[in-house]
Design a protein around this ligand. Structure first.
Ligand code: PEP
Ligand code: MG
Length: 586
């Protein structure tokens, strides 16, 4: 990266949601698919305007053909056929003719003419019950998006970067994130977002710095600008001066020294000073993370969010899924991998779901509801998971459980798939643990009933907090009200732990609060058996557990839960953390 010595350093302050520092050029992802302006053109401009459109069509064709080839190489010709449909739409004779005719007759820029015509075709198919026609809607949308982007001279859909970049965007949805070339992305700087959005969670999982709430940053920066992104302090610095870079270098050396010291003990078990074992496992989203997870000291994978594999290829077949899951299982051997079945909905929208917009997606068709409603999709996943279970230890847990009935239905389908596979002569593991995520208050309150149906609980506090406190986890306006140490949340956690203990089943917490080392004393005190945390935090959380006394932590939790004051809990647990392991917090 070449720095311009005369350029002035400029600093923006946002909120750091994933630690670390990155120094690279930025790549600005613009929002796409806005309606273009209906700009009039003169008769003299018609030919050049149409030529611009033809170039965009050509670039789109090359792009689709490249994707088709990549898919053919990876998965064979059947999946690649969807791109055949895209090419047919791109070259549809009647569309081409109609656009040319309208531009010539009405003297309106081709962007607006093409956009409106394609929208008309989409409107005709939108919301149809027939699944074939619904897919055609998505095909047209995809092609239109690509052409519109090229017309505006913007980047490709899923850009391939030649050099490492920091992604700058308005916001990143989980589907945007899976499409990025992660081997080249060094960090995220976003205008929107919150610590509990899936973009932030992914950044932490991949140990990439991320800063959110950098308002209007997309307009201020241009692709290629060199920046320094500081996820610890929540800063973005364009054209960092030599002095700034030197300061950061010193800081990096200090952090590296501390982390190296921690790494030497990362594979040791996490047992408190008074002999209470609290396992520490890792959360994962991508297969490529497995190596790092093995190396970080995690005892197993406590949460594998399978939605991200799904979003990277919503049409993927059972064989491909089984292969991916098997890879993850083999990588963690002899440790267990707990796969969470698809938690689509909320902010993780797959293309078919996008067809029916919901007024409140987090209270809508999400998680187990969507899976039970899309039986074929769910069966495909369950069969793939069962197949992977012959390669090592597999756990399967169901997300967004609101009550015991959903667990029974999901288990019945799982049993049906297992019988089918055995009948087909396919080997499956004989020790698959089945769990329920406790992330809706109703599940915590009825945890004793659910406990009779499962082998373990996993507390999804990211959602449990939002649903208990009625605070949208993505809404920055109410971010201050999103309080993991709220007594109501703690009481629900405690109820869940007690129900698990009475039923002699294990209970883990896999929400982001498990990764916060200030909260470790409180979580140990609440009696959790296991903390499943972001890979980069495993060594720290294990170290923290080793410095604590479970008896002291229990007294702390008891005291905090019985206090109405909202800041009290955080202050108290932080004070204990600071007293027991200052080296991690200072
Ligand atoms: C949670 O809700 O805490 C959880 C782990 O699931 P997700 O963040 O994917 O909703
Ligand atoms: Mg959740």
């Amino acid at each position: 990266m070449s720095e311009n010595p005369t350029a002035q350093e400029h600093l923006w302050e946002g909120t750091g949601v994933s630690h670390g520092v990155a120094h690279a050029v930025v790549h600005v992802l613009k929002e796409h698919f806005d309606e273009p302006d209906t700009t009039p053109i003169t008769p003299d401009e018609v030919e050049s305007d149409l030529a611009r459109w033809h170039t965009a069509l050509e670039v789109t064709r090359t792009e689709i053909e490249a994707l088709q080839k990549a898919m053919q190489d990876e998965q064979g010709s059947v999946e690649a056929e969807i791109f055949e449909a895209h090419l047919l739409i791109l070259h549809d004779h009647s569309i081409l003719k109609q656009v040319e005719k309208t531009v010539r007759e009405q003297l309106i820029c081709v962007d607006a003419v093409y956009y409106r015509l394609m929208c008309k075709h989409m409107d005709a198919l939108r919301g149809l019950a027939d699944s074939y026609l619904r897919e055609r809607f998505l095909d047209i949308k995809d092609v239109t998006q690509r052409v519109m982007r090229h017309l505006r001279g913007e980047m490709l859909d899923h850009p391939m970067f030649e050099e490492p970049v920091i992604i700058v965007a308005h916001d990143l949805t989980p589907s945007d994130t899976v499409q990025l070339d992660r081997s080249k992305v060094l960090g995220f700087a976003l205008e929107m977002g919150s610590a509990n959005s899936h973009a932030a969670i992914i950044a932490r999982s991949l140990s990439l710095p991320a800063v959110v709430r950098l308002h209007n940053i997309c307009d201020e920066l241009h692709s290629g600008d060199p920046v320094l992104l500081d996820g610890d302090e929540g800063l973005l610095i364009r054209h960092p001066s030599a002095e700034t870079l030197a300061k950061y270098k010193t800081r990096e050396a200090q952090t590296d020294a501390r982390d190296d010291a921690l790494l030497t003990t990362r594979h040791q078990p996490s047992i408190t000073r008074d002999g209470c074992r609290v396992k520490v496992s890792a959360n994962a989203e991508f297969i490529e993370e497995m190596e790092a997870i093995r190396d970080c000291g995690a005892e197993h994978v406590g949460l594998f969010r399978t939605e991200f594999l799904h979003l990277s290829d919503p049409e993927a077949g059972e064989d491909w899924l089984a292969e991916c899951y098997t890879q993850a299982v083999k990588a963690m051997k002899p440790g267990e991998v707990i796969f969470r079945t698809l938690d689509l909905g909320g902010d993780k929208i797959d293309p078919v779901m996008a067809l029916e917009k919901e007024p409140n997606p987090f209270l809508g068709w999400r998680g187990i509801r969507a899976s039970l409603g899309c039986r074929e999709l769910f069966r495909r996943q369950l069969r793939a998971l069962l197949r992977a279970s012959s390669a090592g230890r597999v756990g399967i847990m169901f997300p967004m459980i609101s009550g015991v009935e959903e667990v029974r239905q999901a288990r019945a389908l799982l049993d049906e798939c297992a019988r089918e596979l055995l009948h087909e002569g396919v080997k499956i593991g004989d020790d698959i643990a089945i769990g329920a995520m406790i992330e809706i208050p109703s599940a915590a309150v009825s945890a004793d009933l659910i406990a009779t149906e499962v082998d373990f609980f996993s507390l999804g506090t990211n959602d449990l907090i939002q649903y208990t406190l009625a605070v949208d986890r993505l809404n920055e306006r109410v971010a201050g009200l999103y309080q993991p140490t709220h007594p109501a949340v703690l009481r629900l956690i405690r109820m869940t732990v007690e129900a698990a203990n009475r039923a002699s089943i294990r209970v883990c917490i896999c929400g982001e609060m498990a990764s916060d080392i200030q909260l470790t004393p409180l979580l140990v005190g609440l009696g959790l058996h296991e903390l499943s945390v972001t890979a980069g935090q495993v060594a720290k959380v294990k170290h923290a557990v080793r410095q604590l006394s479970a008896a002291e932590c229990r007294a702390l939790a008891e005291e905090i839960m019985n206090q109405g004051c909202l800041t009290y809990g955080l202050e108290k647990t932080r004070a204990m953390a600071l007293a027991k392991y200052p080296e991690l917090l200072e």
